[in-house]
Design a protein around this ligand. Structure first.
Ligand code: PEP
Ligand code: MG
Length: 587
């Protein structure tokens, strides 16, 4: 469809906001498999030397790139640690050389076969984060292969384009996006990718609008075509018509005005018109997100998902590494606090460093607190690190996927043991560290009154609570239509939990995605939720929503919602109320 005559709209996932209209450069990511040829035993040593030299050069390039990025994007450079770890994985590298020796083939082919095997296994897991590790492996493999061919080493910017453009590619590795010239690459569009990919994280932190997951754009546009990219809604439009361009000019102006208005709220509190204070905090997955958390005026961190620290490395992290990371977050959150959730491994995200067998129903299997309690050494290490970090800021601890009182009692007993060990060593910590549990399983909802006697707070994980209550896999696209946070059962459950907490004088927050959805704000406040933990990008919209509402009115609204019987009725009433109070947020 070259020539720009017909507008073509492609839908993907908007992972970094902004609208850009520019010429597109389509980068051919196709990678040709290296040729396989025989190598005589006498040449094995030569192959090994070539391999080792290429590894040294690859390491040098990554470190140099990391230093460059650190100068401009700070902690985002840490992402290249994952690449360096690949180079330090001696077991994998030895496997490559073993293949050369056993099969008598060249090093390029052996490297390609071994790495492809690992990449294939990683792509097959459903966890988007683990899938991304395949991208890291591919990135490092391509670098090593380039370095095995003398003279072709530095080719990140293979065909540097000298004019500002939108870069479209099948996929972009973190190192590629991080080393881009921002004055030339105005936005990115990729066929692959997910919102949790490193590429998406870096695009967001560098402020490069991006749309990922476009499936196949092959044939819809070519290098040189005009393309409009909408990073808010995840849309890429090739050959936009004049009316589309005008529409987007208006859309941009409105968005800009809303952004300016929202930015005025950074220093304000999340308080309703009738003076009910709501604690509005952030969900984070990496400690380097703390700058953004502060920038948007978040009241600390309501959920630190610590598992990503474990997923990124081949070995279990040591106490000092965890401590350093947690202290960064605790100090960064001051004067507010941080709720550190203990490892929520399992389901679709088991770190390679934890031994586990195959499970028929992983989401109903070895997950969350169950893993923590069985892997005692690992749990003890994490508890000690969290406790030690509590000496440096306001730290709370939270246990994931709790389904019984016994689990809570056991977890608390382990916490006491960890405290005792630190006390014996004279290491400081907050002896009165608040302890909470996530409510994300129906059994926990039903015994919320019992659990409330044992903890200082509840945080409702609606992402899982919806999954387990409606029996709808949260990562299965086929049943996505059934995934409904406004299901009457969920509304009643939230009410039940908040009431049980209030009866014991403890607070209830929500940290699932529902907390960041401004359609649900009146409902949650009305049901008795006093803390909302949302992604940093949702802090200001939710704050705006809270400030436009009356708590007493929200309570009456929630009472009405408790009488409704279908998802559709509840959602449509939520939309009506939101539209009447903050229509601009629904734009
Ligand atoms: C949840 O289940 O709502 C939650 C916040 O935890 P996660 O998304 O990490 O499972
Ligand atoms: Mg959960």
């Amino acid at each position: 469809m070259k020539g720009g005559s017909h507008e073509v709209r492609l839908k993907g996932l908007g992972v970094s906001p902004g609208v850009v209209r520019a010429r597109v450069v389509v980068r051919d990511n196709s990678f040709t498999e290296p040729e396989t040829f025989s190598v005589r035993p006498a040449d094995f040593l030569g192959e090994r030397t070539r391999f080792e030299n290429a590894l040294v050069e690859t390491r040098r390039q990554i470190v140099s790139l990391q230093n460059q990025i650190r100068a401009t994007a700070g902690d985002d450079a840490d992402i290249f640690d994952a690449h360096l770890l690949v180079l330090e994985d001696h077991a994998v590298l030895e496997q490559v050389f073993d293949k050369v020796a056993k099969e008598g083939i060249n090093i390029e082919s052996a490297l390609y076969q071994v790495f492809s095997g690992y990449m294939e296994s990683l792509r097959r897991v459903s966890d988007p984060y683990l899938k991304e590790r395949a991208v890291d492996l591919g990135d490092v493999m391509r670098r090593i292969l380039r370095n095995l061919k003398p003279g072709t080493g530095e080719s990140v910017a293979d065909h540097p384009v000298k004019h500002p453009h939108i870069l479209a590619a099948n996929d972009l590795s973190p190192s590629e996006i991080a080393s881009m010239d921002r004055s030339l690459v105005l936005a990115c569009a990729t066929e692959m990718g997910s919102p949790t990919s490193h590429t998406a994280i870096i695009a967001r932190s560098l402020g490069i609008p991006a749309v990922v997951g476009l499936h196949e754009f092959d044939g819809h546009f070519h290098t040189g075509d005009e393309v409009l990219l909408d990073g808010y809604n995840g849309v890429v439009i090739a050959h936009p018509r004049a009316e589309t361009v005008e529409h987007y000019a208006r859309f941009e102006a409105e968005k800009g005005a809303i952004r300016d208005q929202l930015n005025q709220l950074v220093g304000e509190r999340a308080i309703t018109l009738d003076h009910q204070v709501v604690v509005l905090s952030s969900n984070i997955e990496f400690s380097h997100e703390m700058d953004r958390v502060r920038q948007v005026g978040s009241e600390g961190v309501g959920l630190y998902r610590t598992e990503f620290f474990y997923l990124d490395r081949p070995f279990l992290p040591e106490e000092h590494a965890l401590l350093e990371d947690y202290v960064k977050v605790a100090k960064g959150a001051r004067p507010h606090g941080v709720i550190i959730r203990t490892l929520d491994a399992g389901g679709d995200k088991l770190p390679t460093s934890i031994q586990h067998g195959t499970e028929h129903n992983p989401f109903l299997g070895w997950r969350g607190i169950r893993v923590c309690l069985e892997e005692s050494e690992m749990f003890r290490t994490q508890l000690r690190a969290i406790l030690r970090a509590s000496a440096e800021g306001h730290v709370s601890i939270m246990f994931p996927l709790v389904s019984s009182l016994e689990e809570v009692l056991e977890a608390k007993a382990r916490l006491e043991e960890a405290k005792a060990s630190l006390r014996a060593e004279g290491v400081p910590f907050d002896d009165r560290i608040p302890v909470g549990v996530m409510i994300e399983v129906p059994s926990a909802v039903m015994i919320a009154d019992v659990l409330a006697r044992e903890v200082d707070f509840f945080s409702i994980g609606t992402n899982d609570l919806v999954q387990y209550t409606i029996a709808v896999d949260r990562v299965n696209e086929r049943v996505a239509g059934l995934y409904a946070p406004h299901h009457p059962a969920i509304v009643r459950m939230i009410k039940r939990v908040a009431d049980a907490a209030a009866a014991r004088g403890i607070w209830t927050g929500v940290c699932g995605e529902m907390a960041g959805d401004v359609l649900s704000t009146p409902l949650l406040l009305g049901l008795g939720i006093t803390e909302l933990s949302v992604s940093p990008g949702q802090i200001l919209p939710v704050k705006r929503a809270v400030r436009a509402l009356n708590c007493s009115e929200c309570q009456a609204f929630a009472e009405e919602m408790l009488t409704l019987t279908t998802v559709e009725e509840i959602t449509s009433r939520c939309r009506e109320l939101a539209l009447s109070r903050y229509p601009e947020l629904l734009l």
